[in-house]
Design a protein. Structure first.
Length: 135
């Protein structure tokens, strides 16, 4: 059997800056590649958008892997939890901690029709946050 691997990027232009370290960038990109391992069709889509209602940038990493059960969703971000026979089970716990350290959040959702979506939200850097209009 032959595997097909693709990656798509969908980003809004002109997004404001967020406070995020280079280490965080590398770790969150690693996040998507781990989940599609073992799938026949491996596709990862990374998209970004501005959530103006609460001055945040949303980064979505979606794959076409085997998906995740509700039971796994509840444990994914716990240290030392893994669905694999190798590794330490620290990857998503580290991602979660990095997001917290940057006043952001991460959640996992179903990617319909198949796969998993990780949604990361980071606050816009203060100098780019919306300033309420004064009368």
């Amino acid at each position: 059997m032959q595997r097909k691997e693709t990656a798509k990027e969908n980003t809004e232009l002109e997004l404001p800056e967020v406070n995020f370290s280079d280490y965080g960038d590398v770790r969150f990109l690693h996040l998507g590649t781990e989940w599609v391992q073992g799938s026949m069709l491996r596709e990862i889509e990374i998209s970004t958008s501005l959530v103006a209602s609460h001055d945040a940038v949303e980064i979505t990493v979606a794959d076409t892997g085997h998906g995740v059960t509700q039971e796994l969703k509840e444990r994914l971000f716990l240290p030392y939890f893994s669905t694999k026979n190798r590794g330490t089970g620290l990857g998503l716990a580290i991602v979660s901690r990095i997001m917290e350290d940057h006043h952001g959040s991460i959640r996992v959702e179903e990617n319909k029709p198949v796969g998993t979506r990780f949604v990361l939200e980071l606050p816009v850097a203060p100098e780019f946050a919306a300033v309420p209009a004064t009368a």
